[in-house]
Ligand binder design. Structure first.
Ligand SMILES: *Cc1c(COP(=O)(O)O)cnc(C)c1O
Length: 461
């Protein structure tokens, strides 16, 4: 290629103004929110990197598709377009629409799991873990050791530790109803899983007669990493690679709010006829008829088109590079982050950022709150608040304390990202002023969404 600048592969047709606030206004807003950025009014956020989920910009083709939505209760034309788009990529016999990813998880797990069982995964996402634990089942994380060391470079840090999976299957095999692999590994830094690793998981599943389900939320980003990094894969299209990934699985759960490029939606897909029938029965009870599953016909249209656009090479090249661009700037400024950059997000290592704040004083919350006050940037803690509280009521440090800067798809430009880097670097410069936090109130499950915090006294230096 002649020019090295990778440009946004789109032009902007509709814009939304963002609101500028003063530091005092942000301090006040954060206090009102119980020092939990989830409880802020989004209007008071300048650059919102809380999540890449449902926050993307739809294309003009998707917006146009909305008008073609068929809102028939049963047998909607939009359902068949949606089903065909999912099957084209995944090949699964049964496609069950749901209102988002966690609904697919809840239906699959409630149908399949029994108390006392174990579900292995590279790293369970928060809703996945919660929907497994609520069934009285252990969610066991088996990512490779490299995946737990933020600074360590490895092309596929999301890979499953195959030896550990084999041990689980050998020792607890009769308690394992299915094996899951999350692509990319969101809670482990948005890191990809190689085709070779999925093949290894498949072989173990065959040996122990277990179904394999992908948590496929970012299947396209994972496919791009495989194309870029895995030996012998560079000549394939992202779609071919995605098809290969799905061909090794028996089913998947999916949030269309990620690589569906839609604002809402998801699906559960599988090959097993009896399991699909049982899942559809639960779907009818809680989500809706099997040809809409809690979505409008126009949502199904948007997802069908999004699943095609997300596999386009110019999009994926821009997407992965723009995340890496932010990571490069933070690394150059000495900020400790998970390396290499994830597909959808840059993850600050909050323990490295604030080595004097112990995990149970929530260094991730300290960094999140500081980024908001400093520059109106909203990030999210993925650490001890999110994962440290166990079903038996005990609290231990999470595997890592991370602050995720998730990049919404097709929303922010390079100058927005330059600004974010400046805010992070300035916060890093002032890091010695930051202290720990304690929780003043929180629910027992998924506490990070609604917990309230108060500052601990600053350590004396
Ligand atoms: C977002 C996500 C989910 C849950 O999807 P929702 O649409 O938010 O319910 C599950 N797994 C992973 C890896 C995710 O990123």
């Amino acid at each position: 290629m002649l020019y090295k600048t990778i440009i946004e592969p789109f032009r902007i047709k509709s814009v939304e103004a963002i609101k500028f606030t003063t530091r005092e206004e942000r301090e006040d807003a954060l206090k009102q929110a119980g020092y939990n950025v989830f409880l802020l009014h989004a209007e008071d956020v300048l650059i919102d990197l809380l999540t890449d989920s449902g926050t993307g910009a739809m294309s003009s083709a998707q917006w146009g598709g909305l008008m073609q939505g068929d809102e028939s209760y049963a047998g909607s034309r939009s359902f068949y377009r949606f089903r065909d788009a999912v099957q084209e990529i995944t090949g699964f016999a049964h496609v069950i629409p749901t209102h988002q990813g966690r609904a697919a998880e809840r239906i699959l797990f409630h149908t399949l799991l029994k108390p006392g069982q174990v579900v292995p995964n590279n790293t369970h996402f928060d809703t996945t873990r919660a929907n497994i634990e609520v069934e009285g089942v252990e969610a066991r994380d088996l990512v490779i050791p490299e995946g737990k060391v933020p600074s360590l470079l490895h092309p596929f840090k999301g890979n499953v530790d195959l030896a550990a999976l084999e041990r689980t299957l050998a020792e607890d095999g009769d308690r394992v109803p299915l094996v899951m692999v999350t692509v990319t590994n969101n809670s482990g830094g948005g890191q990809p899983v190689s085709l070779e690793n999925i093949r290894g998981v498949r072989a173990l599943c065959d040996r122990y007669h277990k179904p394999l389900f992908l948590d496929a939320c970012r299947f396209a980003e994972n496919a791009w990493f495989i194309k870029m990094r895995e030996e012998g894969q560079g000549g394939k299209s992202p779609k071919q690679i995605a098809q290969e990934m799905f061909a090794m699985a028996d089913g998947c759960t999916m949030s269309a709010k990620k690589d569906g490029l839609a604002n809402i939606g998801g699906f559960l897909a599988m090959n097993d006829d009896a399991l699909a029938a049982a899942c559809r029965n639960l779907l009818i009870l809680t989500e809706g008829f099997p040809t809409y599953g809690g979505l409008a016909g126009y949502d199904l249209e948007a997802i069908a088109r999004g699943l095609e656009e997300v596999l386009e090479e110019p999009y994926l090249r821009y997407r992965i590079r723009s995340t890496e661009y932010l990571a490069d700037k933070l690394v150059a400024g000495g900020v400790p982050i998970i390396r290499p950059a994830g597909g959808h997000a840059v993850y600050i290592d909050a323990r490295g950022f604030l080595p004097d704040v112990p995990p149970l004083h929530y260094p991730g919350i300290a960094v999140c709150n500081a980024l908001y006050v400093e520059g109106g940037v909203r990030a999210v803690e993925i650490g001890t608040v999110m994962f440290g509280l166990h079903p038996d009521g005990t609290e231990t440090p999470g595997a890592m304390d991370l602050v995720r800067l998730a990049i919404p798809r097709r929303v922010y430009t390079q100058s927005h990202v330059d600004y974010v880097a400046e805010v992070v670097l300035e916060t890093f410069r002032k890091r010695r002023e930051l202290g720990g936090w304690r929780i003043t109130e929180a629910p027992k499950v998924l506490r990070h969404f609604t917990a309230r915090f108060s500052p601990l006294e600053r350590p004396q230096r």
